[in-house]
Write a protein that binds this ligand. Structure first.
Ligand code: CDP
Ligand code: MG
Length: 136
């Protein structure tokens, strides 16, 4: 019996640009996540709009999609018991100013929009997001 779960993680353009891929991956590994798959991609604006479709009515949607497609990102499938909630905990609050000590966003996030990482927020969305990037 195991409740091993998968979640989707993205190292966003601000963090890739600052060469933070390795330090962030080390944090995942130190926190017992297995990186099952990874790839570096750059989305075009249309792809970013699809990926963030749940936010299409939000005032920040357009800027968010412009930003996510502004440079290369590292996309990973992470695996661990309770991976979705464990990753959300390790990432910290959306706004780095409010993020707990020791979290990725507290350590590396620049602002609420340039907050260095994405993580799925439910098992259902994790599956949708994994399929978005890794459907063969
Ligand atoms: O990424 P997370 O799930 O923590 O937050 P979200 O509410 O799903 O929002 C998605 C992304 O939109 C955030 O990670 C931010 O990059 C961005 N955002 C923003 O630019 N301004 C806000 N007021 C809220 C979110
Ligand atoms: Mg979210």
């Amino acid at each position: 019996m195991s409740d091993t779960e998968q979640t989707l993680s993205i190292i966003k353009p601000d963090a890739v640009e600052r060469n933070l891929e390795e330090p962030i991956k080390e944090l995942f590994i130190k926190n017992s996540f297995k990186i099952v798959k990874q790839k570096k991609v750059q989305l075009d604006k249309k792809d970013a709009e699809l990926f963030y479709k749940v936010h299409e009515t939000k005032p920040f949607y357009n800027e968010l999609c412009t930003y996510l497609s502004s440079g290369p990102i590292l996309v990973m499938i992470l695996e661990k018991t309770n991976a979705v909630s464990e990753n959300r905990r390790l990432m910290g609050s959306t706004d780095p100013k409010k993020a707990e000590e020791g979290t990725i966003r507290k350590k590396y996030g620049l602002s609420i929009d340039k907050n260095s990482v994405h993580g799925s927020d439910s098992q259902e969305n994790a599956q949708t997001e994994i399929n978005f990037f890794f459907k063969n």
